[in-house]
Design a protein around this ligand. Structure first.
Ligand code: CP
Length: 313
């Protein structure tokens, strides 16, 4: 099968076969990061723009590292350092980027749908690095990769997701990805952090965190996204932690070989206790390691190894 997608905008627009192809490609890419010289010439001569209009540590750096490991030229633009502070619109900014002939634009934006808008207007491939509360497809793909690596499969697993589901693009993309690949996804959160119509996404809603994590193969904890909440949606962090924080007692309800995940950044002592985040069940830093390989795979498939590019050669 050839990979023919121009853009990676959300999980919904990827088929099971395309997701499997991305995961298989990423597994192959992982070995490059373990070599003494962590660089291959695969994307030499390709230009990748990292266009981040929201803060990021893991996503921006791992896309940058991924580009460099494939020998592509990467350059970064942020809102505060661009002419957007002088009033230039997003579309005009993107058209000006396009005029410099990039091959890929990686884009993070606070508005849901911004990468989709730009993808329709530029010839370059657009990869969504997180848009508003909508989607974070590369995070979901690296989460799938991390679970497959640890469990050997995704199908049939129980994935428990707890946290600010309403404001989490990671939650939406993870629910879409894990259900599409045959897992059962159960979510829990204060009712003020559950979006209307949550079950239409294909997941179950647990009455409390205890029933959510019971017999889970994977526990995925999410950060409370204070920056996206208009008003406080819970009385206080201490109360939130007592009802929805991952502690030893709740962890013990899950399967014996459970893995604990978190997309980062962590609020230690709020959604997750430090001894769990740093403990033997945690694969939080494996997620970060896999993020580099997964993003190398995305660059390779949209800019190097896909049918779209093979036809151009
Ligand atoms: N997981 C994630 O998106 O982290 P950053 O915001 O640091 O990129």
């Amino acid at each position: 099968m050839a990979f023919t997608k121009k853009d990676i905008l959300d999980i919904d627009s990827l088929s099971v076969e395309e997701i499997s192809m991305i995961l298989n490609t990423a597994e192959g890419m992982k070995e490059i990061s373990q070599r003494p010289v962590k660089k291959v010439p695969t994307l030499r001569g390709k230009t990748i723009v990292l266009f981040f209009q929201e803060p990021s540590t893991r996503t921006r750096l791992s896309f940058d590292v991924a580009a460099k490991r494939l020998s592509a030229d990467s350059l970064a633009i942020s809102k505060s350092s661009s002419s957007m502070v002088k009033g230039e619109t997003l579309v005009d900014t993107a058209k000006n980027l396009e005029a410099m002939s990039p091959d890929v634009i990686v884009m993070r934006h606070s508005s849901s749908g911004a990468p989709h808008l730009i993808a329709k207007r530029v010839k370059a491939s657009v990869i969504n690095a997180g848009d508003g509360i909508h989607a974070h497809p590369s995070q979901a793909l690296l989460d799938l990769m991390s679970v497959k690596e640890k469990k050997g499969r995704i199908e049939g697993l129980k994935i428990a997701i707890t946290g600010d589901i309403s404001h989490s693009r990671v939650a939406r993309s993870d629910i879409a990805g894990f259900t599409k690949m045959g897992a059962e996804v159960v979510v829990s959160a204060p009712l003020t952090m559950i979006p209307k119509g949550i079950k239409a996404l294909g997941c179950k809603l647990a009455d409390d965190m205890e029933s959510c994590v019971e017999n889970a193969d994977v526990i995925m904890m999410l950060r409370i996204q204070k920056e996206r909440q208009g008003a406080m949606l819970f009385p206080g962090e201490r109360e939130y932690a007592s009802l929805f924080g991952l502690n030893r007692k709740r962890l013990n309800l899950a399967k014996k070989d459970v893995v604990v995940m978190h997309p980062g950044p962590l609020n230690r002592g709020v959604e997750i206790d430090s001894d769990i985040a740093d403990g033997k069940y945690s694969i939080i830093l494996n997620q970060v390691t896999n993020g580099v390989a997964l993003r190398m795979a995305l660059f390779y498939l949209v800019a190097g190894g896909g049918k779209r590019n093979a036809d151009k050669a």
